[in-house]
Design a protein. Sequence first.
Length: 112
Amino acid sequence: MAGGNAINKPRTALKKNLNKLRRVKKQQHKKQQKVGGGIRKKAQDDLTSSHILKKTRTNPKANITLSGKKKRLILKQIKKQVKEESSMDVTIESKTKGNDPQKNQDFKMEMD
């Protein structure tokens, strides 16, 4: 005769106040969704994207792998970013190495 005492069971505070129940459940969900220490190590890998981190948050033991197509796309993006950064560095260096007319004027003033 199990479950006979559930009929007259008093309602809990959360069941009485649904707004409070929603708020508490939301807090628990946020706490669960936070990134853990083991996941941060995976985030340093270049091929790890945001959706993979989200999956590992919900189930850290799951074996999540990238498809070959996705790997190629991400590697292309990384190469493009590196290329843009290197080209930006070259343009900045070339601008600083150029002759400044103001420096030449200062040099002429010192000669006089």
